[in-house]
Write a protein that binds this ligand. Structure first.
Ligand code: COI
Length: 354
């Protein structure tokens, strides 16, 4: 793929690496490519990060034909920069695009575009502990039309943001509220796709969770509101009686790259991982009985995030005395060790940027 480069006059000042937060700062450049029916993808370019213009009747603004991804670039101790399983993100975006009737952005082009942009922005990959460069590829319909139909023009972009921990709590446990009024996804819907619309519909749960002093919301299945599915920005796993439970990927849960990686590691360590439906009643009972040993979320942004308490219908159960569990800590150390190149990547998950 030929990528045109447009240099910016003046580079931006880099933020303090110790106070990055999540998604607040953006780098100097972004990747942009256009699609038109009949022509396909064209005009790949790396240009200064700046506002984009769109006609007010652009399809995405009305009918939300939009998908996105999230991955990270990590600076290793030797200064080199690596990505973690970028091809998984490329493939997931293809599945999301299928569901939203959007054109495919081929896997090789996706990985090439990510590498090209990160290469230009190498100086933005932070080196402080637990920091990385968050990569946000996204695609949206640009056709100017108010008719509800499959749009005939799209834009694919990648923006970059140097980040620290997703939660203010860092690696400290968070409290999660179980949502039993609203639902996030139903079978046949878009739950498995990474599309903005899913997140728009979930904000109401997030607002309620915050009102109740919780960091995030845990969604139950959309049909019976009985089985635990996923949290606002991450998948979730439970350790009960020494075994791991997490919701199956059956159309309503996001197939997380971190989820998949953690399941691999857990099985490698000899744990039984049950990708099965777990009812909220059984979960709360396990909590009351002291059999719920650990709870943690998994996600690119959230990494491994310990959950210290669950609130459901006014009842609150504390997990592991609101402390990070041994397995959660061990998984965090292993995954981040691979991602930051501190331990051997025996799974072959990392890819150098240059
Ligand atoms: C990610 O983990 O990369 C995500 O996309 C979650 C996001 C909504 C913060």
């Amino acid at each position: 793929m030929e990528i045109r480069f447009e240099k910016r006059e003046q580079l931006l000042e880099k933020p303090d690496q110790k106070a990055l937060g999540f998604g607040k700062y953006f780098t100097d450049y972004m990747f942009v490519m256009d699609y038109d029916a009949g022509q396909g993808w064209h005009d790949a370019r790396i240009v200064p990060h700046a506002a984009i213009s769109m006609m007010p009747a652009g399809v995405v603004l009305h009918y939300a034909q939009e998908t996105f991804e999230g991955l990270k670039a990590y600076r290793r101790a030797d200064g080199k920069i690596q990505l973690f399983r970028p091809e998984m993100n490329a493939r997931r975006m293809m599945k999301s695009n299928d569901r939203l009737c959007m054109p495919q952005f081929p896997e090789d082009m996706f990985v090439e575009a990510v590498k090209a942009l990160v290469n230009v922005e190498k100086d933005w990959v932070p080196s402080e502990p637990d920091t990385s460069l968050y990569i946000r590829p996204f695609m949206f319909a640009t056709e100017v039309s108010l008719g509800v139909h499959m749009a005939n023009s799209y834009c694919f972009m990648i923006i970059l943001s140097p980040v620290g921990a997703y939660y203010e709590e860092g690696l400290n446990p968070v409290k999660i509220m179980v949502e039993d009024q609203y639902v996030r996804a139903v079978k046949g819907g878009t739950g498995f796709a990474k599309c903005g619309g899913n997140y728009a519909g979930s904000i109401i749960g997030q607002v309620q969770a915050e009102k109740e002093g919780c960091a995030q919301v845990l969604w139950l299945d959309g049909t019976e509101r009985k089985y635990v599915e996923e949290v606002g920005s991450m998948n979730i796993m439970f350790k009960i009686d020494g075994e791991i439970y997490t919701a199956p990927i059956e159309g309503t849960v996001l197939p997380g790259v971190t989820r998949d990686s953690i399941i691999h590691i857990l099985k490698d360590w000899g744990y039984k991982v049950n990708e099965t439906r777990l009812s909220i009643d059984d979960l709360m009972q396990a909590g009351r009985d002291g059999r719920l040993e650990e709870v943690f979320g998994t996600g690119t942004a959230a990494v491994i995030s310990p959950v210290g308490a669950l609130r459901y219908r006014g009842e609150e159960i504390t997990v592991n005395d609101f402390k990070i569990g041994d397995l959660t800590q061990k998984l965090y150390d292993c995954l981040t060790g691979i991602q930051w190149g501190k331990i051997e990547d025996k799974y072959g998950w990392t890819t150098m940027v240059d």
